[in-house]
Design a protein around this ligand. Sequence first.
Ligand code: HEC
Length: 148
Amino acid sequence: MIKYTLFAAAAVLAGCASQTGAAKIAAAPASPVKVALAAEPAASAVAGLATAAPPAAYEICAVCHTVSDDGADGMGPNLRGVVGRKAGAKEGFGYSDALKNSNITWTPAEIDSWLTDPGAKVPGTQMYQGVADPAERKAIIGYLQTLK
Ligand code: HEC
C-alpha cells in the first residue's frame, strides 16, 4: 500500500517537473560548483593571499594551525608569514618558554629540522607533531613560503 502511494506521489512530482522544472533541476547541481571553482583563484589573487593550495601533507598541521589573513591562532600559532620570523614571536600566542627562548629564526632549513622532530630540536616545546618523510616536509615548507 505504502509503495503504491509513494509511486503515485513520484508520478505526480514527475508530472509537475516535466516541463521547465525538470530542466532547472538538472541544471542546478552543475553550475554552482563550476562557479565556485572558477571564482576561488581569482578571489585569492585579488586579496593577495596564497594562490597555492596546501599539499596533502599539510592537512595534519591544519588541525592546530590556521594560515588565515587575520592572524587567528588555533591550538598552535597562525603560520602566515612564519618563514623568516623569529620562533615564538607571534604577538598574542601563548608559547612555551622553550620555544620563546630558542633563539631560532625560521629559515626553511630550521623548519625542516623542527618538523623532523620538534621535541628534539626544542626540548620542552608544546608541539609534538613531527613529519618523518623528507618529501612531505619539503612540500609543507614550500607551501609555508607562499604564505606572505
Ligand atoms: C596538535 C597541535 C599541533 C599540530 C598538529 C601541529 N602543530 Fe605546529 N605548533 C603547535 C603548538 C602548540 C606550537 C607552539 C609550540 C610551543 O610554544 O612550544 C606550534 C608551533 C609551530 C611552529 C613555530 C611557530 C612560531 O611562531 O614560532 C611551526 C613552524 C609549526 N608549529 C609548524 C607546524 C607544521 C608545519 C605542522 C604540520 C606538520 C604542525 N605545526 C602541526 C601545535 C601543533
